[in-house]
Design a binder for this molecule. Structure first.
Ligand SMILES: Cc1ncc(COP(=O)(O)O)c(C=O)c1O
Length: 451
Protein backbone atom coordinates (compact mmCIF):
# COMPACT_ATOMS: atom_id res chain seq x y z
CA UNK A 1 0.00 0.00 0.00
CA UNK A 2 1.52 3.40 -0.95
CA UNK A 3 1.85 6.08 1.75
CA UNK A 4 -0.65 8.90 2.14
CA UNK A 5 1.97 11.47 3.12
CA UNK A 6 5.62 12.11 2.38
CA UNK A 7 7.32 14.23 5.05
CA UNK A 8 10.72 15.90 5.18
CA UNK A 9 12.48 16.68 8.48
CA UNK A 10 12.93 20.35 9.43
CA UNK A 11 16.62 20.24 8.64
CA UNK A 12 15.74 19.62 5.00
CA UNK A 13 14.00 22.95 4.42
CA UNK A 14 15.61 24.35 1.25
CA UNK A 15 18.50 26.70 2.13
CA UNK A 16 18.35 28.57 -1.21
CA UNK A 17 15.65 30.13 -3.32
CA UNK A 18 15.69 28.96 -6.96
CA UNK A 19 15.82 31.78 -9.52
CA UNK A 20 14.36 30.79 -12.90
CA UNK A 21 15.89 33.80 -14.72
CA UNK A 22 19.11 32.02 -15.89
CA UNK A 23 16.92 29.21 -17.28
CA UNK A 24 14.60 31.45 -19.31
CA UNK A 25 14.50 30.74 -23.05
CA UNK A 26 14.38 34.48 -23.85
CA UNK A 27 15.46 37.65 -22.03
CA UNK A 28 13.03 39.50 -19.76
CA UNK A 29 11.83 42.91 -20.92
CA UNK A 30 12.81 45.55 -18.35
CA UNK A 31 10.18 47.31 -16.21
CA UNK A 32 9.47 50.86 -17.44
CA UNK A 33 9.18 54.04 -15.39
CA UNK A 34 5.48 55.07 -15.26
CA UNK A 35 6.28 58.71 -16.07
CA UNK A 36 8.99 58.50 -18.74
CA UNK A 37 8.18 55.02 -20.13
CA UNK A 38 11.98 54.46 -20.16
CA UNK A 39 13.58 51.40 -18.48
CA UNK A 40 13.25 51.80 -14.70
CA UNK A 41 16.44 51.49 -12.66
CA UNK A 42 16.73 50.11 -9.13
CA UNK A 43 16.67 53.73 -7.85
CA UNK A 44 13.10 54.10 -9.15
CA UNK A 45 11.94 51.40 -6.75
CA UNK A 46 13.80 52.69 -3.68
CA UNK A 47 10.88 54.85 -2.46
CA UNK A 48 8.85 51.76 -1.61
CA UNK A 49 11.16 48.68 -1.51
CA UNK A 50 14.33 47.90 0.50
CA UNK A 51 17.61 47.45 -1.35
CA UNK A 52 17.89 43.69 -0.73
CA UNK A 53 14.52 43.00 -2.40
CA UNK A 54 15.32 45.28 -5.34
CA UNK A 55 18.53 43.29 -5.82
CA UNK A 56 16.54 40.05 -5.81
CA UNK A 57 14.15 41.59 -8.34
CA UNK A 58 16.94 42.05 -10.89
CA UNK A 59 19.44 39.31 -10.07
CA UNK A 60 20.51 36.69 -12.59
CA UNK A 61 22.09 34.46 -9.92
CA UNK A 62 20.65 30.95 -9.93
CA UNK A 63 20.52 30.30 -6.18
CA UNK A 64 19.88 32.93 -3.52
CA UNK A 65 20.73 31.91 0.07
CA UNK A 66 17.79 32.15 2.50
CA UNK A 67 18.85 34.18 5.58
CA UNK A 68 18.93 32.17 8.83
CA UNK A 69 16.30 34.38 10.62
CA UNK A 70 13.89 33.70 7.74
CA UNK A 71 14.55 29.95 7.88
CA UNK A 72 14.00 30.10 11.61
CA UNK A 73 10.44 31.39 11.10
CA UNK A 74 9.66 29.14 8.11
CA UNK A 75 10.52 26.20 10.37
CA UNK A 76 7.28 26.90 12.29
CA UNK A 77 5.39 25.02 9.52
CA UNK A 78 7.86 23.94 6.83
CA UNK A 79 8.56 21.59 5.17
CA UNK A 80 4.88 21.24 4.32
CA UNK A 81 3.56 17.72 3.68
CA UNK A 82 3.26 16.15 0.26
CA UNK A 83 0.08 14.04 0.13
CA UNK A 84 -0.90 11.26 -2.22
CA UNK A 85 -4.65 11.70 -2.89
CA UNK A 86 -5.33 7.96 -2.79
CA UNK A 87 -8.97 8.35 -1.82
CA UNK A 88 -9.60 10.86 -4.60
CA UNK A 89 -7.95 8.53 -7.13
CA UNK A 90 -10.27 5.76 -5.96
CA UNK A 91 -13.36 7.97 -6.04
CA UNK A 92 -12.52 9.02 -9.61
CA UNK A 93 -11.61 5.50 -10.69
CA UNK A 94 -8.58 6.96 -12.48
CA UNK A 95 -5.28 5.23 -13.17
CA UNK A 96 -3.61 8.65 -12.57
CA UNK A 97 -1.51 9.08 -9.44
CA UNK A 98 -2.42 12.38 -7.80
CA UNK A 99 -0.06 14.17 -5.39
CA UNK A 100 -0.50 17.55 -3.73
CA UNK A 101 1.63 19.87 -1.66
CA UNK A 102 -0.36 21.24 1.28
CA UNK A 103 0.44 24.92 1.80
CA UNK A 104 -2.76 25.32 3.81
CA UNK A 105 -0.87 24.24 6.95
CA UNK A 106 0.88 27.62 7.38
CA UNK A 107 -0.39 29.78 10.29
CA UNK A 108 -2.20 32.12 7.86
CA UNK A 109 -3.61 29.17 5.89
CA UNK A 110 -1.87 29.51 2.51
CA UNK A 111 1.43 29.72 0.63
CA UNK A 112 1.59 33.49 1.17
CA UNK A 113 3.69 33.55 4.38
CA UNK A 114 6.65 32.07 2.44
CA UNK A 115 7.28 35.50 0.94
CA UNK A 116 5.65 37.62 3.67
CA UNK A 117 8.25 36.44 6.19
CA UNK A 118 11.14 37.16 3.82
CA UNK A 119 9.78 40.59 2.86
CA UNK A 120 9.14 41.67 6.44
CA UNK A 121 12.62 40.49 7.43
CA UNK A 122 14.42 42.53 4.72
CA UNK A 123 12.31 45.62 5.45
CA UNK A 124 12.97 45.36 9.17
CA UNK A 125 16.70 44.96 8.50
CA UNK A 126 16.53 48.18 6.41
CA UNK A 127 15.00 50.10 9.35
CA UNK A 128 11.44 50.26 7.97
CA UNK A 129 8.78 50.47 10.70
CA UNK A 130 5.51 49.98 8.82
CA UNK A 131 4.37 47.98 5.75
CA UNK A 132 1.33 48.58 3.58
CA UNK A 133 -0.25 46.14 1.19
CA UNK A 134 -3.37 45.12 -0.71
CA UNK A 135 -5.22 41.87 -0.27
CA UNK A 136 -7.87 40.12 -2.35
CA UNK A 137 -9.18 37.06 -0.55
CA UNK A 138 -7.45 38.12 2.66
CA UNK A 139 -4.84 35.37 2.51
CA UNK A 140 -2.01 37.73 1.61
CA UNK A 141 -3.12 40.39 4.11
CA UNK A 142 -3.19 37.73 6.84
CA UNK A 143 0.24 36.49 5.85
CA UNK A 144 1.83 39.94 5.96
CA UNK A 145 0.07 40.69 9.28
CA UNK A 146 1.61 37.50 10.70
CA UNK A 147 5.04 38.43 9.32
CA UNK A 148 4.93 42.01 10.63
CA UNK A 149 3.94 40.68 14.03
CA UNK A 150 6.91 38.28 14.02
CA UNK A 151 9.35 41.12 13.25
CA UNK A 152 7.66 43.80 15.42
CA UNK A 153 6.40 46.06 12.59
CA UNK A 154 3.10 47.85 11.91
CA UNK A 155 0.96 46.58 9.06
CA UNK A 156 -1.78 48.38 7.06
CA UNK A 157 -3.91 46.27 4.70
CA UNK A 158 -6.23 47.57 1.96
CA UNK A 159 -8.66 44.71 1.37
CA UNK A 160 -10.70 44.56 -1.87
CA UNK A 161 -14.20 45.71 -0.85
CA UNK A 162 -16.24 42.73 -2.08
CA UNK A 163 -13.92 40.28 -0.28
CA UNK A 164 -13.89 42.45 2.87
CA UNK A 165 -17.64 41.90 3.21
CA UNK A 166 -17.57 38.28 1.96
CA UNK A 167 -14.97 37.33 4.60
CA UNK A 168 -15.23 39.48 7.73
CA UNK A 169 -13.21 37.00 9.79
CA UNK A 170 -10.11 37.51 7.66
CA UNK A 171 -10.00 41.08 8.98
CA UNK A 172 -10.35 39.81 12.55
CA UNK A 173 -7.49 37.40 11.89
CA UNK A 174 -5.30 40.28 10.73
CA UNK A 175 -6.26 42.23 13.84
CA UNK A 176 -5.27 39.25 16.02
CA UNK A 177 -1.74 39.78 14.70
CA UNK A 178 -1.99 43.53 15.38
CA UNK A 179 -2.58 44.78 11.81
CA UNK A 180 -5.13 47.33 10.55
CA UNK A 181 -7.41 46.36 7.66
CA UNK A 182 -9.80 48.66 5.71
CA UNK A 183 -12.07 48.02 2.70
CA UNK A 184 -10.69 49.31 -0.61
CA UNK A 185 -11.41 51.70 -2.24
CA UNK A 186 -11.19 53.73 0.97
CA UNK A 187 -11.32 57.46 1.62
CA UNK A 188 -7.83 57.34 3.15
CA UNK A 189 -6.02 57.83 -0.16
CA UNK A 190 -6.40 60.01 -3.22
CA UNK A 191 -6.55 56.90 -5.44
CA UNK A 192 -9.39 55.45 -3.34
CA UNK A 193 -11.37 58.70 -3.19
CA UNK A 194 -11.16 59.06 -7.00
CA UNK A 195 -12.61 55.58 -7.62
CA UNK A 196 -15.35 56.12 -5.01
CA UNK A 197 -16.34 59.40 -6.65
CA UNK A 198 -16.68 57.65 -10.03
CA UNK A 199 -18.51 54.58 -8.68
CA UNK A 200 -19.47 54.44 -4.99
CA UNK A 201 -20.81 50.87 -5.46
CA UNK A 202 -17.61 49.43 -7.00
CA UNK A 203 -16.68 45.93 -5.72
CA UNK A 204 -13.05 47.09 -5.73
CA UNK A 205 -10.17 45.26 -7.36
CA UNK A 206 -6.61 44.28 -6.60
CA UNK A 207 -5.46 46.99 -9.04
CA UNK A 208 -7.26 49.68 -6.98
CA UNK A 209 -6.06 48.29 -3.64
CA UNK A 210 -2.46 48.27 -4.92
CA UNK A 211 -2.79 51.96 -5.89
CA UNK A 212 -3.94 52.76 -2.35
CA UNK A 213 -1.19 50.77 -0.64
CA UNK A 214 1.55 52.20 -2.90
CA UNK A 215 0.29 55.78 -2.33
CA UNK A 216 0.22 55.21 1.43
CA UNK A 217 3.82 53.92 1.38
CA UNK A 218 5.08 56.67 -0.93
CA UNK A 219 3.60 59.39 1.31
CA UNK A 220 4.88 58.06 4.68
CA UNK A 221 8.58 58.28 5.49
CA UNK A 222 8.75 55.22 7.76
CA UNK A 223 6.63 53.01 5.47
CA UNK A 224 7.34 50.61 2.62
CA UNK A 225 5.02 48.70 0.34
CA UNK A 226 4.91 44.92 0.11
CA UNK A 227 3.43 42.95 -2.78
CA UNK A 228 2.04 39.42 -2.37
CA UNK A 229 2.56 38.15 -5.91
CA UNK A 230 3.58 39.12 -9.49
CA UNK A 231 7.13 40.44 -8.90
CA UNK A 232 10.26 38.33 -9.45
CA UNK A 233 11.36 38.40 -5.81
CA UNK A 234 7.95 37.19 -4.63
CA UNK A 235 8.01 34.23 -7.01
CA UNK A 236 11.58 33.53 -5.91
CA UNK A 237 10.53 33.21 -2.24
CA UNK A 238 7.81 30.72 -3.15
CA UNK A 239 10.24 28.27 -4.77
CA UNK A 240 10.74 26.49 -1.45
CA UNK A 241 7.46 24.73 -2.36
CA UNK A 242 8.69 23.16 -5.59
CA UNK A 243 12.11 22.31 -4.18
CA UNK A 244 10.52 20.43 -1.29
CA UNK A 245 8.08 18.76 -3.69
CA UNK A 246 10.95 17.44 -5.83
CA UNK A 247 12.59 15.87 -2.75
CA UNK A 248 9.26 14.44 -1.56
CA UNK A 249 8.33 13.05 -4.98
CA UNK A 250 11.68 11.25 -4.89
CA UNK A 251 10.65 9.65 -1.58
CA UNK A 252 7.46 8.53 -3.33
CA UNK A 253 9.49 7.19 -6.26
CA UNK A 254 7.56 9.38 -8.70
CA UNK A 255 8.14 12.19 -11.19
CA UNK A 256 5.21 14.34 -12.24
CA UNK A 257 3.95 14.33 -15.82
CA UNK A 258 1.75 17.31 -15.03
CA UNK A 259 2.26 20.12 -12.49
CA UNK A 260 -0.78 22.28 -11.76
CA UNK A 261 -1.35 25.49 -9.77
CA UNK A 262 -3.98 28.21 -9.74
CA UNK A 263 -2.85 31.65 -10.86
CA UNK A 264 -3.73 35.03 -9.41
CA UNK A 265 -0.54 37.00 -9.92
CA UNK A 266 1.36 33.76 -10.50
CA UNK A 267 3.46 33.20 -7.35
CA UNK A 268 1.63 30.11 -6.10
CA UNK A 269 1.90 28.36 -9.46
CA UNK A 270 5.51 29.50 -9.96
CA UNK A 271 6.49 28.40 -6.46
CA UNK A 272 5.59 24.82 -7.28
CA UNK A 273 6.31 24.76 -11.02
CA UNK A 274 9.52 26.79 -11.54
CA UNK A 275 11.88 24.31 -9.85
CA UNK A 276 10.69 21.81 -12.50
CA UNK A 277 11.73 24.12 -15.39
CA UNK A 278 15.36 22.81 -15.54
CA UNK A 279 14.05 19.20 -15.76
CA UNK A 280 11.74 20.22 -18.59
CA UNK A 281 14.59 22.05 -20.31
CA UNK A 282 16.70 18.88 -19.97
CA UNK A 283 14.10 16.99 -22.00
CA UNK A 284 11.71 15.54 -19.40
CA UNK A 285 8.16 15.64 -20.67
CA UNK A 286 6.53 17.64 -17.86
CA UNK A 287 3.50 19.84 -18.51
CA UNK A 288 3.24 22.96 -16.33
CA UNK A 289 -0.36 24.23 -16.21
CA UNK A 290 -1.53 27.52 -14.69
CA UNK A 291 -5.25 27.72 -13.95
CA UNK A 292 -7.25 30.93 -13.85
CA UNK A 293 -10.91 31.90 -13.45
CA UNK A 294 -13.04 32.33 -16.59
CA UNK A 295 -14.16 35.64 -15.07
CA UNK A 296 -10.57 36.98 -15.07
CA UNK A 297 -8.82 35.11 -17.92
CA UNK A 298 -5.51 36.97 -17.92
CA UNK A 299 -3.40 34.41 -19.78
CA UNK A 300 -6.11 32.68 -21.79
CA UNK A 301 -7.79 35.85 -23.13
CA UNK A 302 -5.45 38.74 -22.32
CA UNK A 303 -2.63 40.15 -24.43
CA UNK A 304 1.14 40.25 -23.81
CA UNK A 305 1.99 43.92 -23.45
CA UNK A 306 3.44 46.57 -21.15
CA UNK A 307 0.87 47.59 -18.55
CA UNK A 308 0.66 49.14 -15.10
CA UNK A 309 0.45 46.85 -12.10
CA UNK A 310 -2.23 49.02 -10.50
CA UNK A 311 -5.39 50.86 -11.47
CA UNK A 312 -4.02 54.42 -11.16
CA UNK A 313 -0.81 53.95 -13.10
CA UNK A 314 1.55 54.59 -10.16
CA UNK A 315 3.61 51.40 -10.44
CA UNK A 316 6.30 50.71 -13.05
CA UNK A 317 5.01 49.14 -16.27
CA UNK A 318 5.63 45.42 -16.62
CA UNK A 319 5.61 43.35 -19.81
CA UNK A 320 3.01 40.74 -18.97
CA UNK A 321 -0.20 39.01 -19.94
CA UNK A 322 -2.87 41.55 -19.06
CA UNK A 323 -6.55 42.33 -19.36
CA UNK A 324 -5.77 46.04 -18.96
CA UNK A 325 -5.20 47.86 -15.65
CA UNK A 326 -8.72 49.34 -15.89
CA UNK A 327 -10.33 45.90 -15.93
CA UNK A 328 -12.44 45.31 -12.81
CA UNK A 329 -13.26 41.60 -12.66
CA UNK A 330 -16.68 40.46 -11.42
CA UNK A 331 -16.84 39.74 -7.66
CA UNK A 332 -16.21 35.99 -7.82
CA UNK A 333 -15.36 34.24 -4.57
CA UNK A 334 -11.81 33.38 -5.61
CA UNK A 335 -10.80 36.93 -4.65
CA UNK A 336 -7.09 36.10 -4.85
CA UNK A 337 -7.43 35.35 -8.57
CA UNK A 338 -9.08 38.67 -9.47
CA UNK A 339 -5.99 40.41 -10.85
CA UNK A 340 -5.78 42.02 -14.30
CA UNK A 341 -2.14 41.03 -14.90
CA UNK A 342 0.16 38.04 -14.58
CA UNK A 343 3.71 37.85 -13.27
CA UNK A 344 6.18 38.82 -16.07
CA UNK A 345 8.11 35.56 -15.47
CA UNK A 346 5.03 33.35 -15.79
CA UNK A 347 3.83 35.43 -18.78
CA UNK A 348 7.15 35.03 -20.59
CA UNK A 349 7.19 31.26 -20.02
CA UNK A 350 3.58 31.13 -21.18
CA UNK A 351 4.42 33.05 -24.37
CA UNK A 352 7.40 30.73 -24.96
CA UNK A 353 5.16 27.65 -24.69
CA UNK A 354 6.78 26.30 -21.51
CA UNK A 355 3.75 27.07 -19.36
CA UNK A 356 0.19 26.22 -20.45
CA UNK A 357 -2.89 28.10 -19.26
CA UNK A 358 -6.51 27.05 -18.84
CA UNK A 359 -9.54 28.76 -17.30
CA UNK A 360 -12.66 27.48 -15.53
CA UNK A 361 -15.94 29.05 -14.36
CA UNK A 362 -16.57 29.21 -10.62
CA UNK A 363 -19.48 26.74 -10.34
CA UNK A 364 -17.44 23.92 -11.88
CA UNK A 365 -14.62 24.80 -9.48
CA UNK A 366 -16.86 24.61 -6.40
CA UNK A 367 -18.12 21.24 -7.64
CA UNK A 368 -14.52 20.06 -7.95
CA UNK A 369 -13.70 21.36 -4.45
CA UNK A 370 -16.59 19.30 -3.03
CA UNK A 371 -15.48 16.15 -4.85
CA UNK A 372 -12.07 16.70 -3.28
CA UNK A 373 -13.45 17.47 0.21
CA UNK A 374 -15.64 14.38 0.16
CA UNK A 375 -12.76 12.14 -0.87
CA UNK A 376 -9.78 13.69 0.96
CA UNK A 377 -11.52 15.53 3.82
CA UNK A 378 -9.79 18.85 3.14
CA UNK A 379 -11.93 21.92 2.36
CA UNK A 380 -9.94 24.21 0.11
CA UNK A 381 -10.01 27.93 -0.65
CA UNK A 382 -12.02 28.93 -3.75
CA UNK A 383 -8.72 29.88 -5.45
CA UNK A 384 -7.35 26.37 -4.93
CA UNK A 385 -10.56 24.85 -6.31
CA UNK A 386 -9.45 26.07 -9.75
CA UNK A 387 -6.34 23.87 -9.60
CA UNK A 388 -8.45 20.92 -8.44
CA UNK A 389 -10.88 21.43 -11.32
CA UNK A 390 -7.96 21.03 -13.74
CA UNK A 391 -6.67 17.99 -11.81
CA UNK A 392 -10.07 16.29 -12.17
CA UNK A 393 -10.09 17.00 -15.91
CA UNK A 394 -6.58 15.58 -16.34
CA UNK A 395 -7.43 12.54 -14.18
CA UNK A 396 -10.50 11.94 -16.37
CA UNK A 397 -8.36 12.17 -19.52
CA UNK A 398 -5.93 9.64 -18.02
CA UNK A 399 -8.89 7.34 -17.38
CA UNK A 400 -10.17 7.67 -20.94
CA UNK A 401 -6.67 7.05 -22.33
CA UNK A 402 -5.98 4.28 -19.79
CA UNK A 403 -2.68 5.97 -18.88
CA UNK A 404 -0.95 6.03 -15.49
CA UNK A 405 -0.11 9.72 -15.46
CA UNK A 406 1.37 11.35 -12.38
CA UNK A 407 -0.24 14.66 -11.45
CA UNK A 408 1.11 17.08 -8.86
CA UNK A 409 -0.77 20.17 -7.71
CA UNK A 410 -0.46 22.88 -5.13
CA UNK A 411 -3.12 23.02 -2.45
CA UNK A 412 -2.47 26.74 -2.03
CA UNK A 413 -4.84 27.37 0.86
CA UNK A 414 -7.53 25.96 3.11
CA UNK A 415 -11.08 27.28 2.85
CA UNK A 416 -11.95 27.63 6.53
CA UNK A 417 -12.74 31.33 6.13
CA UNK A 418 -14.71 30.72 2.94
CA UNK A 419 -17.81 29.10 4.41
CA UNK A 420 -20.03 31.97 3.20
CA UNK A 421 -18.97 31.11 -0.36
CA UNK A 422 -19.74 27.40 0.12
CA UNK A 423 -23.03 28.34 1.78
CA UNK A 424 -23.99 30.45 -1.26
CA UNK A 425 -23.01 27.58 -3.55
CA UNK A 426 -25.28 25.16 -1.65
CA UNK A 427 -28.12 27.70 -1.73
CA UNK A 428 -27.77 27.97 -5.52
CA UNK A 429 -26.94 31.67 -5.20
CA UNK A 430 -23.65 31.61 -7.11
CA UNK A 431 -23.48 32.11 -10.83
CA UNK A 432 -20.88 31.86 -13.54
CA UNK A 433 -19.85 35.14 -15.05
CA UNK A 434 -19.82 35.41 -18.81
CA UNK A 435 -16.47 36.32 -20.27
CA UNK A 436 -16.91 40.09 -20.25
CA UNK A 437 -15.44 40.59 -23.71
CA UNK A 438 -16.61 44.19 -24.15
CA UNK A 439 -15.26 45.20 -20.75
CA UNK A 440 -11.91 43.60 -21.51
CA UNK A 441 -11.74 45.31 -24.93
CA UNK A 442 -12.56 48.62 -23.25
CA UNK A 443 -9.78 48.13 -20.69
CA UNK A 444 -7.27 47.00 -23.32
CA UNK A 445 -7.95 50.18 -25.27
CA UNK A 446 -6.43 52.10 -22.33
CA UNK A 447 -3.10 50.29 -22.30
CA UNK A 448 -0.14 52.65 -22.00
CA UNK A 449 1.55 53.26 -25.36
CA UNK A 450 4.81 51.53 -24.55
CA UNK A 451 4.66 48.21 -26.38
C1 LIG B 1 -5.49 30.38 -1.42
C2 LIG B 1 -4.89 31.13 -2.55
N1 LIG B 1 -4.42 30.44 -3.60
C3 LIG B 1 -3.88 31.05 -4.66
C4 LIG B 1 -3.81 32.43 -4.73
C5 LIG B 1 -3.20 33.08 -5.93
O1 LIG B 1 -1.91 33.40 -5.63
P1 LIG B 1 -0.89 34.05 -6.61
O2 LIG B 1 -1.17 35.50 -6.68
O3 LIG B 1 0.35 33.75 -5.95
O4 LIG B 1 -1.07 33.44 -7.94
C6 LIG B 1 -4.26 33.21 -3.65
C7 LIG B 1 -4.15 34.65 -3.67
O5 LIG B 1 -4.54 35.36 -2.80
C8 LIG B 1 -4.83 32.53 -2.53
O6 LIG B 1 -5.29 33.21 -1.50
Amino acid sequence: MPDYRYLLPEREIPKFWYNVVPDLPAPMSPPLHPGTLQPAGPQDLEAIFPHALIEQEVTAAQNIPIPEPVLDVLRMWRPTPLHRALRLEKALGTPARIFFKNEGVSPAGSHKPNTAIAQAYYNKAAGVKRLTTETGAGQWGSALSLACNVFGMECMVYMVKCSFYQKPHRRTMMECWGAKCVPSPSDLTQAGRKVLAEDPETPGSLGIAISEAVEDAATHQDTNYSLGSVLNHVLLHQTVIGQEAIAQMKLAGATPDIVIGCCGGGSNFAGLAFPFVPMKAAGKNIRLIGVEPAACPTMTKGIYAYDFGDKSGMTPLLKMDTLGHDFIPPGIHAGGLRYHGMSPLVSLLHREGIVEAVSYPQLKCFEAALTFARAEGLIVAPETSHAICCVLDEAQKAKEEGREKTILFNLSGHGHFDMAAYEKYFAGELSDYEYPETKIREALAHLPKAS
